[in-house]
Design a protein around this ligand. Structure first.
Ligand SMILES: Cc1ncc(COP(=O)(O)O)c(C=O)c1O
Length: 319
């Protein structure tokens, strides 16, 4: 990072940012990329680039781009979200999507975009499902965006190149600062026209950064060194999940497909358990369900420590 060549990325003159954008676009099989400070901004710019004021995007009820981004598309773009329940495996059912597409009539917002998430809460979307949604979107004249914050986990889990997944979409946001371990940033990819629109929105949202190459350099390093190793995180998450289930915690093992483990606890146990784990140096989160995530700073020993902490909590709470 310290040695990165830098320039003014607002003018497209930062060579390291340009290299990162090209690298991600190429791996995703798209022809342009845009470095953004966060996944949230990447999703926002994608929605604003696909939609006009008065349009609508369909997304999962628990989708990050609907539920956890402050309503940005509605607030800043006048774009209405239409949530649809996720199926337990992370899909949006095509019949449900179809029901939500509005007729072209002055009463309704214009349905313009469908957003999927992959992985969705750690679950990997099947490739044939994504192909099906692509065909469906084409038939209905809709654009398709992927919140691919963790799409590289999906690509490693399915052992397919990133482009095999992203080829089904018109745009995708790919995060560098989660499992990949870079300190900051996501890259939005799509065709050149869409990315040119998103670049304009990025400037307006305050996401155009100067000398951003020092951050992009970390992203390049992460892509070169931290992708294949995501498989280790998946193995550790699986071991954690089995260990927790053996201790009697409610973990749905079928859901543990990549680097996330969800533990269902009685509501009264949620906060005390999080506090207990924190005391043991383990950061866990989640709103309704306790969420544990493995990443490149989590070792095999950390999994053992975590299991011991859960076991100790049982002793405390059931003593
Ligand atoms: C699925 C998903 N999409 C997007 C984001 C947003 O990323 P960021 O925190 O970089 O804004 C997150 C963050 O947790 C996420 O989990």
């Amino acid at each position: 990072m310290a040695g990165a060549d830098v320039g003014d990325d607002v003018y497209g003159e930062d060579p390291t940012v340009n290299r990162l954008e090209n690298m991600v676009a190429e791996r995703a099989g798209m022809n342009a990329g845009l470095f953004v400070p966060s996944g949230t901004q990447g999703n926002l710019l994608a929605i604003l680039a696909h939609c006009e004021r008065g349009d609508e995007y369909i997304a999962g009820q628990q989708a990050h781009c609907y539920r956890f981004e402050g309503g940005g598309a509605a607030v800043l773009g006048g774009v209405q979200p239409q949530p649809v329940d996720f199926a337990p495996d992370g899909r949006l059912d095509l019949t449900d999507i179809k029901t939500m597409i509005k007729p072209l009539n002055d009463h309704f917002a214009v349905t313009r975009l469908v957003c999927l998430e992959n992985t969705q809460a750690g679950k990997v979307l099947p490739l044939d499902y994504q192909a099906q949604v692509h065909r469906f979107a084409t038939e209905h004249g809709l654009a398709l965006h992927l919140d691919g914050a963790r799409v590289l986990n999906a690509s490693v889990a399915q052992q397919v190149p990133l482009a095999t997944i992203t080829a089904r979409y018109h745009s995708a946001t790919i995060c560098l600062s989660k499992g990949l371990g870079a300190p900051v940033g996501s890259v939005l990819v799509g065709n050149s026209q869409l990315i040119a629109k998103a670049r304009r929105w990025r400037k307006m949202a305050g996401g155009g950064m100067r000398q951003a190459g020092i951050l992009a350099a970390a992203g390049i390093y992460a892509l070169d060194n931290h992708v294949e190793r995501l498989a280790d995180d998946h193995v550790r998450a699986a071991r954690l999940a089995v260990g927790l289930a053996n201790l009697g915690y409610a973990v749905n093992l079928a859901e543990v497909q990549t680097n996330m483990v969800f533990v269902d606890t009685p509501a009264s146990m949620h906060e005390p358990l999080i506090a207990h784990l924190r005391q043991e140096g383990i950061l866990a989160g989640g709103y309704e369900r306790l969420r544990l995530v493995t990443h490149l700073d989590v070792t095999d020993e950390d999994i053992d420590t975590t299991l011991k902490a859960f076991q100790a909590f049982q002793f405390v709470s059931f003593a």
